[in-house]
Design a protein around this ligand. Structure first.
Ligand SMILES: [Fe+2]
Ligand SMILES: [Fe+2]
Length: 154
């Protein structure tokens, strides 16, 4: 049987993949908080900080630097952009918080898995060296900053 080798992430795109790791951790923090009985208000306060500090810049980088390589009319890019808009609406929702944070947990994880397993692999196969150089230059590695005001998942 043919074995599919996982595609290695190009060095220029590794900082974005590390941000995805933090995003998956965010979904884990939400699940842990819910199972520990932490209030939706406390979790949402952390989500608001994470969204403004980490996700808004991440979405912006993808939409300005990564998605245009494939083109905004490409089906996979359209799907990713629609997921960004949907997540933005959820993060900006302050009602029905139990349901809202559950949807964020599910949909953020699904979005990241889609980018890591499908979209980024596709983009990597069409990008040229100059585009990789631009990504590396405009989006270098940066250290993740945590907000330790209320570590409800510990
Ligand atoms: Fe994204
Ligand atoms: Fe992403």
């Amino acid at each position: 049987m043919e074995q599919k080798k996982p595609i290695k992430r190009h060095k220029a795109m590794q900082p974005l993949s590390r941000e995805h790791h933090q995003g998956l951790l965010l979904s884990w923090k939400i699940r842990t908080g819910i199972s520990k009985g932490v209030s939706a208000e406390r979790i949402k306060t952390y989500l608001n900080w994470f969204y403004a500090t980490h996700l808004v810049p991440h979405f912006r980088t993808e939409e300005k630097l990564i998605f245009p390589i494939l083109g905004n009319d490409h089906e996979l890019v359209k799907r990713a952009i629609a997921q960004h808009r949907r997540l933005e609406r959820l993060f900006n929702t302050s009602t029905d918080l139990d349901r809202t944070i559950s949807l964020i947990e599910e949909e953020l994880e699904a979005h990241i898995r889609f980018e890591e397993r499908i979209l980024f692999n596709k983009i990597q196969t069409v990008a040229n060296e100059q585009q990789f150089e631009t990504i590396a230059k405009l989006h270098p590695e940066s250290k993740f900053t945590e907000n330790s005001n209320d570590v409800f998942w510990e």
